[in-house]
Design a protein around this ligand. Structure first.
Ligand code: MG
Length: 450
């Protein structure tokens, strides 16, 4: 049986086993107390289990005196934007992000529209575990109202990004295939593309929560999208995960360009127009770093986890940031990964570049990455990482988050996952063979330690 994952990325568990009504209840009641019965935005992705989790969450918030604004099936970044719009005390996105259909979870956000930082999240979890709650009398119960305008506002916000030339994008009449994998993206990405003058072919658009394929937007899950691009002779394709914070791009030949390159393209666009600072996590490609250096812009790495990137961005007043998993953060819109933002920036870059998506990808710094994982179920991942670090103590290392070992033209980063009992092995090198053999070498080392 899987375990309930409790991390800075929120809670995630499987329906019918670890994500029980009791779990949802205790942490939501704790959150209601944490926000002192204030206004809370609630949104969910399209998962089949979403309605009952949403009912539980709203019920607990009302019991804790909160004024709930239910914005329905929406991307996670939309919940963040609505906290700002409604000046709410916090928000809860009901989603298990890219996890398969049997999963669901909760992501908690504060009044600053960002995810709770590690300390605040820890506080809420501890309150939940101790069944701390502040139940109100019948006169002081909260309320629930609906707001169905959230997606419309999100689209408007994206169309107002200062780096976009809407007229120029619309003149290109891009033909775009979009795969929203029956998640919340079906409500926003096709509509946004239409507003950008695109001819849109949407696949798996119905927000049924019955994912047509494994929902993580990795190359191996994008064959249907690639086939449709070739059939339609489209200019490009976009794939998003069920809660629409990650975006992967597929080129005009139907080939996924790699999720790392979503942020690389956005970075190139921003820094070609304005000097500034950038933050990415430790597992993100060197390609963005090369671009930042080319434009004399400051490049900083943070610990892995969206909130760690966002907090570092606030600290250094960054223009752009994100993660190599297709997560682009543009503070001008808000401080969270946002796939609609990534879509708009990509089309702007492609418009300015003038060539095809395949040519644009070829013009960018070239690295190949290997992303692998080893199960450490029942083992202590910290002990394993310590032993690896010791074994390679003669090489440059960074222990900000897990163990990163640098080689001249390559690097490997080993870290335990926040959401699953695994160690991720991320390696990067100038070509696929080198990246894979470097990753494999360290996978074997981990296996030999257990
Ligand atoms: Mg996600």
């Amino acid at each position: 049986m899987s375990t309930l994952m409790v991390s800075i990325s929120g809670l995630r568990g499987e329906i019918g086993s670890t994500l029980t009504p009791e779990v949802v209840q205790k942490y939501t009641l704790a959150f209601a107390k944490y926000v002192k019965g204030g206004k809370v935005i609630v949104g969910r992705d399209s998962r089949v289990s979403g309605p009952f989790i949403s009912d539980l969450v709203k019920g607990c918030l009302v019991a804790g005196g909160c004024e709930v604004i239910d914005i329905g099936i929406v991307p996670t970044p939309t919940v963040q934007l609505e906290i700002e719009h409604h000046r709410a005390a916090g928000g809860i996105a009901i989603t298990a992000s890219h996890n398969p259909i049997q999963w669901n979870g909760l992501k908690f956000m504060g009044s600053n529209s960002r995810f709770l930082n590690p300390e605040a999240a820890q506080t809420v979890y501890a309150m939940g575990d101790h069944h701390e709650m502040d139940l109100k009398s019948w006169q002081e119960l909260g309320s629930v109202t609906m707001d169905d305008q959230a997606i419309k506002r999100h689209i408007e916000k994206v169309l107002n990004i200062s780096y976009l030339d809407l007229k120029a994008i619309r003149q290109r009449h891009f033909k775009v295939v979009v795969d929203t994998v029956n998640g919340a993206g079906g409500r926003i990405i096709p509509e946004l593309l239409k507003k950008l003058g695109c001819e849109v072919i949407a696949i798996n658009q119905e927000t049924s929560g019955r994912f047509a394929h494994t929902p993580e937007p990795l190359p191996e899950n994008l064959s249907q999208l690639g086939d449709e691009i070739r059939k339609q002779k489209a200019d490009l394709g976009f794939a998003v995960d069920p809660d629409v914070d990650r975006c992967a791009i597929v080129d005009n030949t139907g080939q996924p360009i790699g999720e790392e390159y979503t942020l690389v393209i956005a970075t190139k666009l921003i820094f070609s127009k304005k000097m500034g600072r950038m933050v990415v996590n430790m597992s993100t490609s060197r390609a963005s770093e090369d671009i930042a250096k080319y434009y004399n812009c400051m490049f900083v790495r943070s610990r892995v986890g969206e909130i760690n990137v966002a907090e570092k961005m606030v600290e250094i007043d960054a223009l752009i940031g994100g993660e190599g998993n297709g997560g682009v953060i543009l503070p001008e819109v808000h401080l969270g990964r946002d796939a609609p933002v990534a879509v708009a920036l990509t089309l702007q870059m492609l418009t300015e570049f003038g060539g095809t998506m395949q040519e644009l990808r070829a013009s960018l710094p070239h690295y190949e990455m290997g992303k692998q994982k080893v199960s450490v179920e029942g083992l202590d991942p910290d002990r394993i990482l310590k032993e690896i670090a010791k074994k390679h103590s003669d090489l440059p290392q960074d222990h900000l988050d897990g163990v990163k070992i640098d080689f001249e033209n390559s690097w490997v980063h080993l870290r335990k996952s926040n959401t699953e009992p695994i160690i991720r092995v991320i390696s990067e090198a100038p070509n696929v063979e080198e990246a894979e053999s470097l990753g494999k070498r360290f996978m074997d080392e981990i296996k030999s330690i257990r």
